[in-house]
Design a protein around this ligand. Structure first.
Ligand code: PGA
Length: 255
């Protein structure tokens, strides 16, 4: 059975002390309240990674992710951080292709394919984000947009490597807007993604792929979203900055 995951994306929020304090609340709540097998991933800014990775060492089902890596192995890339560097501090996951990186930092599918390769090469697992803009949704072309993001970003991978990828469907119009895709809208796209994977690889690979939903997910809407057949958890932005809200989302899988 595919893994259920709730991942938090802190984005560019919290100074070092605030981040360590939030993470320690999360760890304590996970220990006290989580009873299932769901995995909790916390994707912090680079400055927190080494410390929170150490804090999570003996905590069952809690892992750490970075929000980006550079596509090169190392070298003269002032201000960038490499996959081997994040790996060396105990990180396990890397968010790639977040719509904010695509929109504000010009990250293309071709660049993201390179980042996916370097991420996997260093034994890290990508949380690969895909999703359509408001215009693409309204024009009805969103299935094509999502398929192209898959084809150009991750479908060059071997079946073995693809099996290490977590996908996150994040409709851009729902991110940080308070507008959530309805459970039916999200399920429709998740089912389409799974079918597209089955066509590219095979039914077993599709069935084993964890596909997260992201975009204004909160403790009120998570239960219905996560109960959809093809939705395996969430990528949580705003609500991951509040330990109580984040844990209530994680606990949807306790039941
Ligand atoms: P949000 O962000 O939950 O604040 O909408 C989700 C994301 O960007 O991953």
């Amino acid at each position: 059975m595919r893994k259920k995951i709730v991942a938090g994306n802190w984005k560019m929020n919290l100074n070092f002390e605030e981040g360590v304090s939030l993470f320690s609340e999360i760890v304590n709540m996970v220990k006290d309240e989580v009873v299932g097998d769901q995995e909790v991933i916390v994707c912090t800014p680079f400055i927190h990674l080494s410390t929170v990775a150490k804090m999570s060492e003996n905590v069952k089902n809690v892992n750490i992710g970075s929000q980006n890596v550079h596509q090169a192995e190392s070298g003269a890339y002032t201000g960038e951080v490499s996959a081997s560097q994040v790996k060396s501090v105990g990180v396990e996951y890397v968010i790639l292709g977040h719509s904010e990186r695509r929109a504000y930092f010009g990250e293309t599918d071709a660049l993201l394919a390179e980042k996916t390769n370097v991420t996997l090469k260093h034994g890290l697992k990508p949380i690969f984000c895909i999703g359509e803009t408001k215009e693409e949704r309204e024009s009805g072309k969103f299935f094509d947009v999502i398929k192209n993001q898959l084809v150009n970003g991750v479908f060059h991978l071997s079946k073995e490597d693809f099996a290490k990828v977590v996908l996150a469907y994040e409709p851009v119009w729902a991110i940080g807007t308070g507008l959530t895709a309805s459970p039916e809208q999200a399920q429709e796209v998740h089912a389409f993604i799974r079918e597209t994977i089955a066509n590219q690889y095979d039914a077993e690979t599709a069935d084993n792929t964890t596909i997260l939903y992201g975009g204004s997910c909160n403790p009120s809407n998570a239960p219905t979203l996560f109960s959809q057949k093809d939705i395996d958890g969430g990528l949580i932005g705003g609500a991951s900055l509040k330990s109580r809200d984040f844990l209530d989302i994680v606990k949807v899988f306790n039941a």
